[in-house]
Design a protein around this ligand. Sequence first.
Ligand code: PGA
Length: 252
Amino acid sequence: MKKLIAANWKMFKTPEEASAYTQEFSALLKARALENREILVFVPAINLCTLAHENKQSALPFMFGVQNFYPAKEGAFTGENSLEAIKGMQATWALVGHSERRSLFNESDEFLADKTEFALNTGYKVCFCVGETLEEREEGKLTQVLKSQLEKGLAKLPASYKSEDLAIAYEPVWAIGTGKVASIADIKEAHALVRELLTQILSNKAQETRILYGGSVKADNAEAILAIDNVDGVLVGGASLQAESFNAIARA
Ligand code: PGA
């Protein structure tokens, strides 16, 4: 199973910046082949046209995906993005359940289950995020929170989906954008727990489902994190915004 190294640009980069990054990052990746790694970048919808254009000019050595969409083919959903329309731009992944969508935009577990089902049925791969707040961790609710988020969010998986079409990102909310990385022991424990919960929910597909760690991953801690049991990749925010730094993480 190849490790999945994913970037989340969040709401950063103009189309011009996206284009410059894409060219620089592609050149870095093409300069030295990467074995056993798959690279993915979640870009803001406004940059999808730019990446599609760059991809047409010269096939990109990485996959890209969308950070948000509405789970309907089309319709009166002002301001939302259609996955059907985005398909034409060669985006292949959709991010679902990021803690910023959960907390800032009130996306419920039920809505996230609909998004996951819709994206898979529309032919996208899904990176589904889970994670506890500091308060929940301190109250000893880690298992309860992850179990509930996974059970509810994955409740509507289409029977035909393949294990490589789904990745889970474990991102402790208190480690996102804070510079606070979970300890190696904490990551090991949480990832073992996610694997166990996935076994209950997905049965035979659980072992083949990649579990990524996210939360203040940087070039200097990525190697140690990627070496932990049950860590099949990383989801990187801040440190993915510079092509050089994300390239270093991809090679860690
Ligand atoms: P961070 O963000 O790497 O900046 O902590 C991770 C994420 O939000 O996915």
